[in-house]
Ligand binder design. Sequence first.
Ligand code: COA
Length: 167
Amino acid sequence: MGDVLLTLVSPFPRRHAPALHAWLTTPAAPNFDDFHSSDYANFLYALDAKNAAGSTFAALENGKPIGFAAIAPASPVLAFFAGVVIAPGFRGRGLGRELLGLVWDELQLRGFTKATASFFADNAAIRAAFESAGAVEEGVLKRAAQRAGELVDMRLYSFTASQSDKT
Ligand SMILES: CC(C)(COP(=O)(O)OP(=O)(O)OC[C@H]1O[C@@H](n2cnc3c(N)ncnc32)[C@H](O)[C@@H]1OP(=O)(O)O)[C@@H](O)C(=O)NCCC(=O)NCCS
């Protein structure tokens, strides 16, 4: 796989909200917990709030959005990932790994020293993407989210700035 060049912009362009909603709900088998797989009106309300806070990112390939990530700051130094997705036709090309690397670079520029993600423990694609981008597994939260009405385990991965990164 050759190098690909994505551009990261923030916030996610609102005119692409319908496409993003489709990405988040494809495939139909949910990758996100029941709270997040809500209807379009709720999705748009949440996107507007996150965009206003500057906590969403779009990955552009040739100027076109093909990826999305959101974060939620927990403190000035700790951020949580709050959704990561690559458009369905673009998955499996290394773009998820590249998006995560770009977001982590940007978060460090904003002063964060740690960024943690939790995702369904059996989501092999996002686990591999985080690992490949340099994040480290930190454990499993048992029965921590609801998927299709069932409680399931969540896996934790984090990026952590090394001391030598700080000037
Ligand atoms: C998870 C997701 C963002 C990964 O993005 P992607 O562009 O498909 O992933 P990449 O092509 O960058 O692959 C990164 C690594 O994951 C591996 N991978 C990709 N898809 C995989 C799959 N279905 N199963 C196992 N590993 C997979 C790749 O081989 C690669 O590993 P490597 O770096 O060791 O070679 C994307 O598949 C997606 O949007 N899925 C639906 C939404 C989702 O599940 N989001 C996470 C919930 S928070």
